[in-house]
Ligand binder design. Sequence first.
Ligand SMILES: [Zn+2]
Length: 111
Amino acid sequence: MNEHNTLTIENCIEWLDDRIDRWSQYVDKQCSVRIFQAIRSRLEENQIMRKLLWANHGCPQSAMYGDDGEMQCNACGFDFKRGGMKAFAEKRALENLKRYQEYLRKGDAGE
Ligand SMILES: [Zn+2]
């Protein structure tokens, strides 16, 4: 856990690194190592995708806060390190619908 009292991907990787040897005592070592490596690989990919999304999600670069490994945006208020991607996608979909609604409203007004 961190100062935000949330579980991050880094926390999960640390947890997995710490426990892989203990797992091997109880299950087939090759199997547990392969599972561990697959989970770890997906977590690392998730981190990469979060960083790419943080850096390219459409808000001004001046709003990005990335000190100390953080990935936050002061414009939209989303925390890309801890926030759920499902919530982010839903929020963005709603924003896009509002923009489209505004576009249609202006179109009706003849602007
Ligand atoms: Zn943003």
